[in-house]
Design a protein around this ligand. Structure first.
Ligand code: ADQ
Length: 497
């Protein structure tokens, strides 16, 4: 592990996110501690453990209040407490308006350029504003009395937090990582003007604003240029000067704990499961393809299914040559558009299977579940091909997890050119998921790529990934944040895993 604490030095790190790293849940009579799935928590929890900071997040578990003190504090991790979780309490209507409403039904679709799903309701916006203020007040309470706080806000749920915290704690260094794309002005301006301006001003409350890609950073600057008249933009330095303050805007592509995924893939259980999967699905020279996503319209799952349908209808000879394993975990099911998509995916899979199935071959195997990380590692390891067909994606960690788990180096990565990962991973085959014809032919060509070429490409992707892990990401962001105020900053030594 790297010396993560050195990145923060004597500062106190206050991390802010919508999701909490530990959730207390009571089912029946038993109290359980759950860790939400996903890369973010597993990346940031080690940092918090080593820096003894405070993590401010929504207390979403039904037993969260039972274990927290009066001000919402609880020491975590439960088994070996080393930092503080400060929970922000939200009632049902706040969750509906702030989270399901403005964050997931307005900002998420707009940032991913899905105007057809964009629903900017005034009531949701009011809730979003109020909840952001509550988060900001909680952060300010934690930061006050701390000599040198370093505040790190996560993602699009909290776009207004930094500006409010700045007003409440003027000396703090505040920065924010934006996990999703940022749209160009023509799209961003679909946002009602008052909301759009408030969002940009909120984000300009940061000293440093971190995006996944240069493209997203450029789009943000272009939106500021169009909508914030008093802002001066220094394109060369990627800085915005507004209201007497400077915000630096830069790209910091997120990654994964590569060594952790690699070790999961070579564990005995995963090795056995990978062998079982190959045994079951790659009989008679068949290839095994996989995809892993939350069911979300941004991930291009229906486009993937249309391309498979087209390929098998056009190329009879490819029937029985490929089994496609689709791991698709339901997500945000409280929103109608997500629930409908879940049903459509299941329906399409059924129809395709009914159309092409033979006695010994089922073309698509759908796993509509959340799969544990070790099983996921085995699935990635067993595959001959992984298809990431996002229509828009900030980064896409699945692409990187697949590469990390490909310890036998036999797999090809087909990667959407609209995922942030496409700007980074050299060696993947880039695809355009809007072009169903092209994707069907791309899949056909992929099946014919010789093993030697697959190995060469995978080996290169794997060694590149080892040089750009989640720890490199943390190092570069925290170093940049520290350098913003050199007089106050402790020395930042370079770290290695
Ligand atoms: P997501 O949109 O959730 O993340 P992604 O980057 O692919 O997309 O991360 C998903 C995570 O969930 C991965 O770690 C994956 O293994 C896991 N996952 C997905 N389906 C699963 C399943 N069925 N079972 C178990 N685990 C599953 C957002 C942005 C991305 C950005 C990340 C991180 O939308 O663009 O890469 O944040 O910044």
């Amino acid at each position: 592990m790297p010396e993560l604490s050195e990145l923060v030095g004597s500062r106190r790190l206050i991390l802010v996110s919508n999701r909490e790293p530990y959730e207390h849940v009571r089912t029946g009579g038993t109290l359980e501690v759950r860790r939400p799935p996903g890369g973010l928590v597993s990346a940031l929890d080690p940092l918090m453990r080593r820096t003894n900071g405070v993590w401010v997040a929504w207390g979403s578990g039904n037993a969260d209040r039972d274990v927290a003190d009066r001000t919402g504090h609880v020491a975590v991790p439960p088994e070996d407490p080393s930092y503080t979780l400060r929970r922000v309490w939200l009632d049902e209507s706040e969750v509906e308006g702030y989270y399901q409403g403005f964050a997931n039904s307005a900002l998420w679709p707009l940032c991913h350029m899905f105007a057809q799903h964009f629903e900017p309701r005034t009531e949701d916006w009011e809730r979003y504003r109020a909840v952001n203020e509550r988060f900001a007040e909680a952060v300010a309470e934690e930061a006050r009395g701390t000599p040198d706080p370093l505040i790190w806000v996560q993602d699009y749920h909290l776009a207004l937090v930094s500006a409010t915290v700045r007003a409440l704690v003027p000396g703090a260094v505040i920065h924010q990582f934006w996990h999703i794309p940022f749209p160009p002005p023509d799209i961003f301006q679909l946002m009602p003007l008052g909301m759009g301006v408030a969002l940009l001003r909120g984000m300009l409350g940061n000293d440093l604003l971190e995006f996944q890609t240069e493209r997203a950073a450029r789009n943000f600057l272009a939106c500021v240029d169009e909508l914030i008249p008093d802002a001066r933009i220094d394109l060369e330095r990627q800085q915005v000067i507004s209201e007497g303050r400077t915000t630096t805007v830069a790209a910091f592509p997120i990654s994964i704990d590569v060594a952790h995924y690699e070790s999961l893939a070579v564990e005995e259980g995963a090795t056995k499961l990978a062998a079982t999967l190959r045994d079951r699905y790659t009989k008679r020279g068949r290839q095994l393809a996989v995809s892993v996503d939350r069911v979300d319209y941004t991930k291009g799952i229906l486009e993937r299914l249309r391309a498979l349908d087209l390929m098998w209808s056009r190329h009879r000879e490819l029937r029985e040559c490929l089994v496609f394993l689709i791991v698709a975990t339901p997500s945000r099911s409280a929103l109608a558009v997500y629930k409908e998509l879940e049903d459509q995916v299941a329906e399409q899979v059924e129809q395709i299977n009914a159309r092409y199935r033979t006695k010994g071959w089922t073309p698509i195997v759908l796993i509509p579940e959340n799969v544990s990380a070790d099983r996921l590692a085995a699935i990635y390891r067993a595959a001959d091909l992984c298809l990431v067909s996002s229509l828009q994606d900030g980064m896409n960690l699945v692409a990187k997890e697949f590469v990390a788990c490909q310890v036998d180096e036999r797999g090809l990565l087909l990667l959407s050119r609209f995922a942030g990962a496409a700007e980074e991973i050299e060696g993947a085959t880039l695809i355009n998921p809007f072009n169903i014809d092209g994707l069907a032919e791309g899949l056909k060509s992929a099946l014919a790529v010789p093993l030697a070429e697959r190995r060469a490409r995978m080996s290169r992707m794997r060694s590149d990934l080892h040089n750009a892990t989640i720890f490199d990401w943390l190092e570069s962001i925290l170093t940049a944040a520290n350098q913003l105020r050199p007089r106050q900053s402790p020395s930042v030594r370079s770290i290695r895993v």
